[in-house]
Every structure is written in structure tokens, then in C-alpha cells.
Design a protein. Structure first.
Length: 55
């Protein structure tokens, strides 16, 4: 995900996190239900998105 975002010249990552769901504890891998949360600046605009995924 970071590689794709960083390939855009105007994009600057504020944060990308993977959290357990619903516990919201930090983790390094997707397992069961997880929340992916990110914020990215594109030019002067800060875009924020969160998504629950299940593996």
C-alpha cells in the first residue's frame, strides 16, 4: 500500500495502521477482522479512510 501511495508525486503519507477489530490493538499482519486506517496528504488536502477487512 505504501509503495502505491508513494508512487504518486503529490501524495505524502501521514499514517497507515493495521489494528485488530474490534479491540483496536496495533498489529503487523491481517488476521481475522482487522481495521486498516490511513491518512494521506494529496497536495494540500488530507484524506482519511478506514476499512474493516476479514481474512
Amino acid at each position: 500500500m505504501r509503495l502505491l501511495i508513494n508512487s504518486e508525486p503529490l501524495a505524502r503519507i501521514d499514517y497507515v495502521e493495521i489494528l485488530t477489530f474490534p479491540g483496536l490493538e496495533e498489529t503487523r499482519q491481517l488476521a481475522g477482522k482487522s481495521l486498516i486506517a490511513l491518512a494521506v496528504f494529496v497536495g494540500g488536502t488530507r484524506l482519511i479512510d478506514n476499512m474493516v477487512v476479514e481474512v
